[in-house]
Design a protein around this ligand. Structure first.
Ligand SMILES: [Zn+2]
Length: 101
């Protein structure tokens, strides 16, 4: 389990608790990311990427409802920067990506 995600001078605290009604929630004011610890590995990986996307959009001040395909794709490149800055997060996500043969 990871405790912190670093992104562009921000240190987001990861709280492993269930938030009623959702898998995870990013609170930019509290600078926290709350994740349900009981998700399946695959759903946890999907949820982390979903929340990272919210973090990228918030930190870069982008309203995702107003942008098109090209800019969305460009922003997705920020995941590379996040994973480079957070080797523990990268290993944690890798551990979630169990392939079914
Ligand atoms: Zn969402």
């Amino acid at each position: 389990m990871i405790k912190l995600i670093k992104y562009k001078k921000r240190k987001i605290k990861v709280i492993w608790e269930k938030e009623p009604g959702c898998f995870a929630i990013y609170d930019p004011n509290a600078n926290t990311l709350k994740i349900d610890p009981k998700l399946s590995k695959r759903n946890m990986a999907k949820t982390i990427f979903h929340e990272l996307w919210h973090i990228v959009c918030y930190v870069n001040k982008i309203d995702i409802n107003k942008i098109g395909e090209e800019r969305t794709a460009k922003l997705a490149e920020e995941f590379v920067n996040i994973l480079i800055a957070n080797p523990k997060l990268e290993r944690f996500i890798n551990g979630l990506l169990v392939r079914r043969c």
